[in-house]
Design a protein around this ligand. Structure first.
Ligand code: NAD
Length: 326
């Protein structure tokens, strides 16, 4: 087997929806002590806290980040800390502060201590109302209308800049809405697609804040974790883009998801109470992305479609319910 490119990995935002699952997966692959999880204020899951080093540090604190990067001789940073789309609209300056100043700190710390590998998750939020919404191409118009989107486009550009200017290895994906059962999502526009499963099991009904025919790209968390690791371990010679790859697992509307859920919970009923802020955001994002460039350059291929994702979500959530953890 080829030698791994990443050896000592720091993960910011490790208490969040992705980090809570990415950290244990990275520790499984690279060894517990080689994956340093960072959080801010919120308590981590026991796996993240106990499976290897864990520290609290704010990503706007460059000196704090530098100290840890040096202490652990970091060669890679997965930078997950962010303020997500819906929360960002209620506090745009906080979204800017974490999204831009946090990223600049991470890039500068990495540059100064020779940590060449950076993973930066962009988002479907990096697109906007003038982007082609169906089969959204890899390289296209990006004029987002949210502060979150502005931080993501800027982040994509900064990663390109650090690659070109300093010879760094910043790579990234444009994730769609992520569906998972370990840690709840952190205030994005696609959160309904997680909440609906919990409500279907607990109350057999769900009130959706998006209109029934709002199509958005989604992905199940195991595919999201695999995509990140696969991209980071791909030989540079294969890549033309490096950063901001479109990736999608499936695209569906609330009414299509509700039909899938009824296959598992036949009494399930969905109703709608549209939130104009989140509906407005969703209406400015792709209905479905073209991820053929990721497929071609580094072999991206999702394992989970809608049916497989829903089946696994219910199996996992029922297990949690039995253990009294729901
Ligand atoms: P999340 O909100 O669940 O977690 C983000 C974490 O960042 C939180 O634990 C929060 O405490 C932390 N954080 C916020 N401000 C911080 C600061 N100043 N210093 C240190 N930590 C801070 O988000 P997530 O869903 O895990 O997303 C991780 C990354 O992936 C983000 O960059 C997000 O934009 C991106 N992304 C997520 C999705 C999704 O559907 N979850 C989709 C596209 C892109």
């Amino acid at each position: 087997m080829a030698e791994k490119k990443m050896k000592r990995i720091m993960v910011t935002g490790s208490v969040g929806q992705i980090g809570s699952e990415l950290v244990p997966e990275l520790r499984r692959i690279y060894g517990g002590d080689n994956v340093i999880a960072l959080g801010r204020k919120t308590a981590p899951t026991p796996e993240v806290r106990d499976g290897g080093p864990f520290h609290f540090v704010d990503v706007t604190d460059k000196a704090g980040l530098m100290e840890l990067a040096k202490k652990y001789k970091t060669d890679t940073i997965f930078h997950l800390a962010a303020i997500l789309s819906a929360v960002g609209e209620s506090n745009p300056m906080a979204a800017w502060e974490v999204g831009i100043n946090g990223l600049i700190n991470v890039l500068e710390v990495a540059r100064e201590c020779g940590a060449k590998n950076i993973f930066f998750p962009s988002s479907i939020g990096a697109f906007g109302p003038t982007t082609p919404r169906d089969k959204t191409p890899q390289d296209t118009i990006q004029r987002p209308s949210t502060m979150y989107g502005i931080t993501k486009v800027t982040g994509e550009l900064l990663c390109d800049y650090y690659n070109k200017k300093y010879g760094m290895n910043c790579r990234g994906l444009r994730y769609p809405g992520l569906i998972s059962y370990v840690t709840p999502p952190g205030g994005g526009t696609t959160d309904y697609a997680v909440a609906i499963f919990y409500e279907a099991l607990k109350n057999k009904k769900f009130t959706c804040y998006l209109k029934p025919d709002t199509s958005l790209d989604m992905m199940y968390m195991p595919d999201a974790l695999k995509a990140a690791v696969d991209l980071m371990e791909t030989d540079a010679a294969k890549l033309k883009h490096f950063n901001a790859f479109n990736v999608s697992g499936m695209a569906f509307t609330p009414e299509i998801l509700a039909e899938e859920i009824k296959k598992h919970v036949p009494e399930f009923k969905i109703s709608y109470q549209v939130d104009p802020v989140r509906q407005g955001i969703a209406d400015s994002w792709p209905r479905s992305m073209d991820d053929s460039v990721a497929r071609k350059e580094w072999g991206w291929k999702p394992k989970f479609d809608l049916a497989a994702m829903a089946k696994d979500m219910f199996a996992q959530l029922k297990k949690k319910q039995k253990e009294g953890k729901l």
